[in-house]
Write a protein that binds this ligand. Structure first.
Ligand SMILES: [Zn+2]
Length: 566
């Protein structure tokens, strides 16, 4: 996602009435969002394979009703299914059609799978209702009109959908949404039928409604599972990834790239999304096949600048309503479809595998589209964020952080992006991008740790990269180089040699960094380059250069190294 500098929440305006649901069951107090789960296997003995989600919404009504059927593969006999679920009333739980007893405390709905052995499949149906405390945001939009949008990151799915709410437990999803006739409904995946009049006995607030069905046929993480419902206008940007989108349901094998925005903002949104299909084509060619059925870009209630929900990206409604061009955010969120969505961090502490990658590839699109100077300007902006940040006194992977929202920091975003840039500089374009493609192909639709990425890059390069990942990911900081040089003429000659002294002057609490960098010697209009290796705090090197006195010596002239302003 894209962080916003300040979180601006719209107030709930009086026209939205919090009517009680028909069941009148007690809604338990919600648990806090964003607490890191304990280390280890999250929900042992069970693996969710599929969610069949039915949601009933009303126009300007704050409560909703849901029925979710969860298909669970049992991997250990006699397991308990611990569904994350909080703040809503549970009317009934049934397993394979029979109502069962359940326990619902402190945000977990515990359902014993007593008679199920390893290898069995259980179908667990949960019927629930209430006014969601979070996750499903039902409120007036920026134009004062009713809307309902899901916003899950990192673990707020549990506020509207009973789920194993952990990024590593991916599943396919089918959504059936009964929504007011005034609204269109968007969700992950492809639409599996035309909207039809809602039967009068359907769940949720009564009214003139239509029923929408969407299905995502490849597994996605719970934090990516979304629906959005509002008065939206749809515009097609174009087709992309043609012949390179295995999940496509279209005969031409392409994915449709579109944007869904409030009627008031159709013209304002155009400049932000005009290159969205080109972005999809770029990443498809650079990284690998587009992973989902379509790509919708949606104006929404997300609290973030953008949220990368698989195939249904949600953007800040205010950013779009302001008419600002948010192409940088669009490129970032589209890059997430590959990194974060299709290949997902198995542990939130490895968030750089999502945010660092989206920061880097989101910027890299502009290298291809607008030229290297546009890309370098974006990387320089990211560098300045790192070198002026307090966050970097902690390592990028920081398992001690228990507040998941605190992981949205300058380590996981700009420093994570720079780690990829430095790896590219270290290995060269050919090896680096080959490694990126192999990492994506190998871990598509699954969840990984930093070690898995390192292993692929070592395999492709044939190099031991433990030092690289240790110093940049598992240790804090960045180097700052003080560069000095002297030119010594040979006796009786106009030519001479250059001795360069480099001193790493970063704080002692940070490591001494090993880097490979270019040095450029500029002398009388001529330019020469040499590559040097540094791995000590103080290094003095005699260059191979023999020539006239240089006008200037430039360390790392193309900016491949993350470093402080020396
Ligand atoms: Zn992001």
């Amino acid at each position: 996602m894209r962080r916003l500098p300040t979180r601006a929440f719209l107030p709930l305006l009086p026209m939205l009435a919090a009517l009680a649901g028909p069941g009148g069951a007690q809604e338990p107090d919600p648990i806090p969002a964003g607490v890191a789960p304990p280390p280890g296997v999250y929900a042992p003995g069970v693996d969710v394979v599929h969610y069949d989600v039915e949601i009933g919404l009303g126009y300007g009504v704050l409560w909703f009703e849901g029925i979710t059927e969860i298909e669970v593969a049992v991997t250990e006999s006699g397991s308990i299914l611990p569904l994350d679920f909080t703040g809503l009333a549970v009317d009934d739980v049934a397993i394979d059609g029979s109502s069962v007893d359940f326990e619902h405390t402190t945000g977990v709905l515990r359902i014993p799978l007593v008679d199920y052995a390893a290898g069995d499949t259980a179908r667990v149906r949960v019927h629930y209702e209430g006014v969601p405390d979070d996750g499903l945001i039902i409120r007036e939009n920026v134009h004062g009109e009713p809307s309902a949008f899901v916003d899950n990151w990192p673990n707020r799915t549990r506020f509207w959908l009973p789920s194993v709410d952990h990024p590593a437990d991916k599943a396919t999803v089918r959504y059936t949404v009964h929504a007011p006739v005034e609204w269109k409904v968007i969700a992950n995946g492809h639409r599996s039928g035309d909207p039809a009049p809602t039967p009068s006995d359907a769940i949720g607030p009564q009214g003139d409604r239509r029923t929408w069905t969407w299905e995502v046929g490849v597994p996605i993480s719970p934090y990516n599972m979304v629906i959005g419902a509002a008065d939206l206008e749809v515009r097609t940007v174009g087709l992309a990834a043609c012949g390179n989108a295995p999940a496509s349901r279209r005969e031409d094998g392409c994915v449709e790239v579109s944007y869904w925005v409030y009627p008031q903002d159709v013209d304002r949104a155009q400049s932000s999304f005009r290159r969205a299909a080109d972005m999809v084509d770029h990443f498809t060619e650079l990284v690998g096949p587009f992973p989902y059925e379509k790509l919708a870009n949606v104006q929404s209630a997300t609290r973030f600048g953008g949220m990368e929900n698989a195939s249904a990206i949600f953007y800040s409604e205010r950013a779009i309503a302001s008419g600002r061009n948010i192409e940088g955010t669009v490129s970032h969120e589209i890059a997430h479809q590959w990194f974060g969505d299709a290949v997902t961090e198995a542990d939130w502490h490895h968030l750089w595998l999502s945010e660092g990658f989206a920061t880097y590839f989101g910027a890299q699109y502009f290298e291809a589209a607008d030229g290297v100077e546009s890309f370098r300007a974006r990387m320089e902006e990211a560098r300045q964020r790192v070198v002026t940040s307090d966050d970097v006194s902690r390592p990028v992977v920081d398992p001690e952080e228990q507040d998941l929202f605190a992981l949205l920091n300058d380590n996981n975003y700009p420093k994570g992006g720079w780690v990829l840039h430095m790896l590219r500089g270290q290995l060269g374009d050919e090896v680096f991008f080959e490694g990126i493609r192999r990492y994506y192909a190998r871990h598509l639709h699954s969840a990984v740790l930093t070690e898995d990425f390192q292993a692929v890059m070592e395999e492709v390069s044939g190099e031991d990269l433990a030092w690289f990942f240790r110093q940049w990911i598992h240790e804090p900081g960045f180097p700052t180089f003080d560069v000095d040089w002297t030119w010594t003429p040979s006796p009786g000659s106009e030519e001479g040699t250059v001795e360069v002294t480099l001193r790493q002057s970063q704080p002692d609490a940070w490591p001494v960094f090993r880097v490979t960098a270019d040095i450029e010697i500029r002398a009388g209009g001529r330019v020469a380059r040499e590559r040097i290796e540094l791995d000590r705090r103080d290094v003095t090197i005699t260059l191979g250069y023999v020539g006239p006195e240089p006008d200037e010596i430039v360390f790392d002239p193309d900016g491949w190294i993350l470093k402080g302003d020396g």
